[in-house]
Design a protein. Sequence first.
Length: 364
Amino acid sequence: MAETIIRFENVTKQFDNDPPVLDNVSFEIEKGKFYTLLGPSGCGKTTILRLIAGFLEASEGQIYLGEKVINQIPANKRPVNTVFQDYALFPHLNVYENVAFGLRIKKLKKEAIEEKVIEALRFVNLKGYEKREISEMSGGQKQRVAIARAIVNEPEVILLDEPLSALDLKLRTEMQYELRDLQKRLGITFIFVTHDQEEALAMSDEIFVLNKGEIQQSGTPIDIYDEPINKFVADFIGESNIVTGKMIQDFEVEFVERRFECVDQGFRPNETVEVVIRPEDLEITSAEKGQLQVTVDWMLFRGVHYEVGCIDTDGNEWLVHTTRKVRVDDKIGLAFDPEAIHVMRLGETEEEFDKRLDSYDEVQ
């Protein structure tokens, strides 16, 4: 069984009389995994990071590192290091001295500092850059220096506060691979903050999706993408077509005034639900062969696929990702498999959602 390294137990953070930034949040972080805190601005993800680091104090609840409550332990006494969005490097120090700074504060011997710094720079592919000035480094290189400075102290947890946001798209993608590879080689727990869902899906072992100070859903990238718990998660993780429907019975759902076979069960007969179909799961066919008949409203070329906006006879909008080129005002059909339909219960909590999924497994 995996070892829990960080645990939040009913943690609330509130500033003065404002609404809570975090509201009664509980979760566990396992050792040696790559976690992402994902959500829009103001959702509480950076607050969680700062609470773990010790830069903020919880208003209520307990924060554990292993079995020890760390609420009152100052930041410099926690086995945690942070890589900030702006890297927070010292411009007057060269690469070596930036990485060595924390070790000098600990008053390690010169030989020990040199050994640790060289090893940290080797880990981030910056060996030979020891004397380089920070002003001479590229954005990606600066980020690697910041990571080397974080890992040189051998922390149990590394916190990363949107460290890729200042990079251009190509370099950001490269650094995603480098960060993921580095985490695997180090075996250290990484907790990464971002509002970019593609970044989260590409890098994480597990994702926590936050909104308005609460964790909406947690799980692997595949679980969250394929089985979103509610409309917010479905909309925030990737792109979605979401319509209101009715669960007629197990494995049969009604939406856009038609009934379709699906793979969902455990709902009440005729329960009002929300239905999700991802754009890539819709196939363009002739109008006669489609399960839905739609009119093409607009089309954009995205490089690897076309993004097509359609409107059905009831006025519902449908987004399609396809390699097939169509024209505006074309009458086409949309086809999809039962597995492409995901049914969501209104107002369901993550605990209720997990129990319902567990009941599926028991039946199967």
